[in-house]
Design a protein around this ligand. Structure first.
Ligand code: MG
Ligand code: ZN
Length: 221
């Protein structure tokens, strides 16, 4: 048992070092990077596409798409929207790590990017444990997943900078208690920046986009 703990610690230490290298490369090129996490089906790709649509045209974007299988469905949607996208196939692994993101970063022209959006693998457990070198961690929680998710997956809620509550357009059809959900989040991450949106209709995106634009310009100042 002790040996296993030691190996796990070494893996995490080297991931941390690689994440710092990624951050250096991003900062040298004044790229603001966000790590978008969520469970499968929460609407990560749709959210990213709606975000791309709403940002000013002169903001230069890059996207890294994490997927467990070599299917390019999500990456194709991003490239169809005219964005440079690099796909990471994790080969079945359930999260991105700093090494994979470093390899993807090296395929992008960082000098030509202001904002890098990283779509992590759909999973609420381990993506939270692997630093990638990004500046902000975003979690998308969608209403059909239920209002109990903060209570069941506390770790991912503790480590995030922004929470997106997606699929608000479905609220009339669901037993989703917004107060109960938000109380659970507040215990884990007091004062967490939260935006309730529908990535499908674009409802609620103005405030999220304003937050993001401010962060990108702060990063370039
Ligand atoms: Mg996706
Ligand atoms: Zn994993």
């Amino acid at each position: 048992m002790k040996q296993r703990v030691e190996i796990v610690k070494r893996i995490m230490d080297s991931n941390e070092q690689l994440a710092q290298q990624n951050r250096q490369k991003l900062d040298q090129n004044q790229v603001f990077a966000i790590n978008v996490m969520a469970s499968p089906g929460a609407g990560k790709t749709t959210f990213i596409l709606q975000t791309i649509k709403g940002l000013p045209e002169n903001m230069r974007l890059g996207v890294i798409e994490g997927d467990t299988a070599p299917v390019t469905i999500d990456a194709d949607k991003i490239t169809a929207a005219g964005m440079p996208a690099v796909q990471i196939n994790t080969g079945g692994d359930c999260h991105l790590d700093a090494n994979m993101v470093g390899l993807a970063i090296d395929q992008l022209d960082l000098q030509d990017i202001d904002l890098l959006l990283i779509e992590n693998v759909g999973n609420l457990i381990c993506p939270a444990g692997f630093a990638l070198g990004n500046h902000a961690n975003i979690l998308i929680s969608s209403t059909p997943e239920g209002d109990d998710k903060p209570y069941k997956y506390p770790n991912i809620y503790r480590g995030i900078d922004v929470l997106i509550i997606n699929k608000t357009d479905l609220l009339p059809h669901l037993d989703f208690d917004m107060d109960y959900f938000r109380e659970g989040v507040e215990i884990l991450n007091p004062g967490l920046k939260t935006f309730a949106v529908s990535a499908k209709t674009g409802e609620g995106f103005d405030q999220w986009l304003a937050w993001l634009e401010e962060k990108v310009s702060e990063n370039q100042a």
